[in-house]
Design a protein. Structure first.
Length: 127
């Protein structure tokens, strides 16, 4: 439903496929391996008993490295409000919440120029 009604990818799956096919740095074998890895990793990891019962936002409240959150305001996979609450809770030597007001789960697609600019800003800030 998230995909159908918004809040997921910032472009359609057909647009995403066209971008992927044209990307010179990847080939079909890479996409096969990515799908195989995603099926083995990101899906099943949520089924692990230990992962369901740990509240990482309570457990991890301090980082010793800079942390940057890139968040789409309309993301319903990783809701902006939850990211904001965690951002306020976490202690780090440098932290920044970068909100993309016109994006959902993939601001690198929805606001690619700004996303690139913000990445460059992050690189400059952590030297």
């Amino acid at each position: 439903m998230v995909g159908k009604y918004g809040g997921n990818f910032d472009i359609s799956m057909s647009q995403l496929a066209r971008i992927a096919i044209r990307a010179p740095e990847y080939n079909l074998v890479d996409y096969y391996r990515w799908l195989k890895g995603a099926n083995r990793g990101s899906g099943p990891m949520w089924d692990e008993v230990y992962a369901r019962h740990i509240n990482y936002t309570e457990k991890i409240t301090r980082l010793e490295v800079p942390v940057f959150f890139f968040a789409g305001l309309y993301d319903y996979n990783t809701p902006h409000q939850l990211i904001k609450e965690y951002f306020e809770k976490i202690d780090a030597p440098l932290k920044e919440l970068i909100t993309f007001e016109n994006s959902a789960h993939t601001p690198f697609l929805g606001e690619s120029a700004r996303f690139t600019s913000e990445l460059i800003n992050v690189k400059r800030s952590v030297k």
